[in-house]
Design a binder for this molecule. Sequence first.
Ligand code: FCB
Length: 461
Amino acid sequence: MNSDKNDKILKFPEGFLWGAATSHFQVEGHPKEIGGSLSDWSQWTKVEGKIFDKSHADDACQFYHRFEEDLSLIKDLNLSAFRISLNWPALVKEDGSLDEGEVDYYKRVLTGLKENGIKTFVTLFHFCLPEKLSMGGGWQNEETAVSFGKFSGIVAKRLEGLVDYWLTINEPLAYVYQGFISGHWPPGGDRDYVAAFTALRNFLVGHSLSYDAIKEHSNKPVSYTLHWRPFFPKNRFSPLDHMVRHYRDQIFNHLFPRAVESGILKFPWPMGGDVIKRIEGEIKGLKGKCDYLAINYYTRELSRFKPAWPLDLFGENSPENELAVSDMGWEIYPEGLYDLLVRQTLPYQTTASGAKRPVVITENGFANMYPPELSEGDWSLKDEQRVNYLIRHLEQLYHAIRGGVDVRGYLYWSLLDNFEWAEGLSARFGLVRVSYPTQERLLRASARVYQEIARNNAIQL
Ligand code: FCB
């Protein structure tokens, strides 16, 4: 590492994992070879008005066909970990058996990674449901949780030995918020809290069944990811803003992990109503099922009381931003990562028996927005904002580790520009730029910086 005397070099612990994260729907594309049923997300992208830039994920980054080329990129970048998710809708056929072509594809991807000494993280549910299940009520229906448990068992058996870290469900709260409250994602509910909390309960059931099913075939650690957002009162002198902040923090950040720890889903204040009472309560077998803490972190939110919005828990989020933002409008707040690690997630870093649970940052990243049809020019490769975002977050991570938090790895979201759900192909999170018209991959400055970080196991300030 070239450094002049004034530079500070912050070394990470020996064996720290440097990686990147992806999910199948966002990168793979849907070539003809993919058998199995369609997903709710592929249907959703075909509905007019659902995707901001009118794009779809039929091609995405063509990772399905290009993973060998992308594996070379992963190696060139010196990464030691990579996160994928499995295409449940394509893996399970109508009759419930596995699609062997798909199994073979995932075996090739995971074997390729492992042969190169790269640790594999595999997520089993990253937002996409088989259409048959979504038509039957999706996560509203406990049957979906049961099917998810079965799916987890059969894939864990077939991929045994190729997976180092399992993740059952990705960001359950983000999913229920977007799917049932904002309606930006399928199934498109409108502030339907009963549906959201029912889905949440079924996610907990699904996580528990999935955990057990994986453990029958694998002794590797199992967890779920949670999208953590520190919430702040918009006006720190307003008790009502503090109240709204508290609600949101309790629901968005703590409801799920607290339920996993205790085995009981319980709202942090009396919610009333028989329906809610049926949702609350013990979930058999759930207690303590989490082997490591998987944290996704991007931004913070400001909360403001708004009496006219009873259906939004009497508040709104991020009315006006106060810090610099990414093109997604997300405030850049690296200190939030430190605070999460040393304070907010502390109760979940220890098991009931007092053992320490290691932590992995399973997503963290920055987006620019520009239209998918653009492939010309190198302006997007200069990438100063992403480099800055990366370094500032890693600096906070370093301090948290120095402060005693057992963080084992960091997975940047994402390796490649990809299909960013309702934002479509326009929101670019990649270390590597994808020119969609040609599928050409070009390293951004952040990729080169990250390459050095991974090589040296250190950041340079
Ligand atoms: C997370 C999702 C991931 C990606 C990033 C930007 O909430 O898990 O799929 O969309 O945000």
